[in-house]
Design a binder for this molecule. Structure first.
Ligand SMILES: Nc1nc2c(ncn2[C@@H]2O[C@H](COP(=O)(O)OP(=O)(O)OP(=O)(O)O)[C@@H](O)[C@H]2O)c(=O)[nH]1
Ligand SMILES: [Mg+2]
Length: 203
């Protein structure tokens, strides 16, 4: 099993020139604002308050880079990777201009970050497949960027409905090979398959 044993906030950035230099594989978290990206980062790093979270959509407006020291059961030697908390998309009160800024920030990141290994796209388990998420996933497929989907807030629906719901959601999102995992930060459940998936991406 993959375990994150230490985590540090490195910096926030908008422009590629300001991204932190890093030789480590990087995993980014994308999704609608308020879906739970920052909460997920805090949970898998077991580091409360590492990424700032909020009930108000639009908390994360910059790219936030985190450095992680990890261990796996297979090796005594620790390894390093980076996580990136991407600004959320799709909240209502945002101007056209802000949306364009967001689009540029994220497309520059995926184009100009060679360390980027994979993107975890978060969706809310309670909602049907959303246009903005579908567009995000299409962009990743077109650019050949490895990715998976995490359905957050699974505590909000009955346990017995989780499997069926993510299956339907995956279809609606047009997923083919890509896996979809259900997680709950509230109950701290469902994270193991995601951690296994990340581990499988570490060379
Ligand atoms: N019930 C429940 N609430 C959650 C879960 N994950 C996140 N939340 C709540 O959802 C809200 C938004 O979480 P954030 O992690 O700040 O969301 P975000 O995706 O980082 O949002 P932006 O920074 O605006 O893009 C917070 O109030 C969290 O406590 C979950 O699994 N279950
Ligand atoms: Mg956030």
């Amino acid at each position: 099993m993959l375990r994150f044993v230490q985590s540090f906030f490195v910096k926030s950035a908008v422009e590629p020139a300001d991204y932190p230099a890093s030789a480590y594989p990087e995993f980014a978290f994308a999704g609608r604002s308020n879906v739970g990206k920052s909460t997920l980062i805090n949970l898998i790093t077991d580091h409360h308050g590492l990424a700032k979270t909020s009930g108000t959509p639009g908390k994360t407006r910059l790219l936030n880079f985190f450095l992680i020291r990890y261990k796996t059961d297979d090796s005594d030697t620790p390894g390093f990777l980076q996580l990136t908390d991407l600004p959320g998309y799709g909240f209502a009160e945002v101007s056209q201009n802000e949306q364009e800024k967001w689009r540029k920030m994220v497309s520059k990141y995926v184009e100009q970050r060679p360390q980027l290994k994979s993107i975890v796209v978060l969706v809310d388990i309670r909602h049907d497949a959303d246009k903005k998420d579908i567009l995000m996933l299409e962009m990743l497929r077109l650019r050949n960027i490895d990715h998976c989907v995490v359905a957050t807030k699974s505590d909000k629906i009955p346990k017995t409905k989780i499997a069926k719901t993510i299956q339907t959601l995956g279809k609606g999102l047009g997923l083919k090979q890509e896996p979809i995992f259900a997680v709950s930060a509230l109950n701290n459940t469902g994270f193991e398959p995601l951690m296994d998936w990340i581990q499988s991406r570490l060379g």
